[in-house]
Design a protein around this ligand. Structure first.
Ligand SMILES: [Zn+2]
Length: 136
């Protein structure tokens, strides 16, 4: 249950990071758009603005737009990576499965999907059946 909750919080954190990253990049676009859209060379104007525009979030502290872009990129990329990892851990089969022995009909839990295993109950070498069971 503890592991499950940790996965959920990783998932939530990755969504927050993605949203923060997108918000930071949108804020950058919004801030530079008036000058970029009227410039002859929008791309180089945008790059220049990144280094010259300051965000007056806190008085006396220089926070250049480029920092916002870098932070936004980092947040977005790490958010996406964490999201992919947590989704993979959620849905990829083959981590922990339940096997059923065809000889003694007993179940046991193991990792991976093995074709041939020794039944821990009757010690036979068997092709186990994989059965559906909710794993907590
Ligand atoms: Zn068995």
């Amino acid at each position: 249950m503890k592991i499950f909750r940790r996965k959920r919080s990783t998932y939530a954190l990755s969504l927050v990071l993605c949203l923060a990253g997108i918000a930071a990049l949108l804020a950058t676009l919004w801030k530079t758009w008036p000058q970029v859209s009227s410039a002859k060379d929008p791309f180089s104007t945008f790059l220049t603005l990144l280094w010259t525009e300051n965000l007056g979030l806190i008085a006396g502290l220089e926070f250049k737009l480029v920092y916002l872009v870098v932070l936004g990129d980092v947040a977005l990329i790490s958010g996406v990576v964490m999201l992919v990892l947590s989704v993979q851990r959620f849905y990829l089969p083959g981590n922990v499965v339940w096997y059923r022995c065809p000889f003694c009909n007993k179940d046991w839990k193991s990792s991976g999907d093995k074709a041939l295993v020794h039944c821990p109950h009757c010690r036979q070498l068997v092709h186990p059946m994989i059965i559906e069971k909710s794993v907590e």
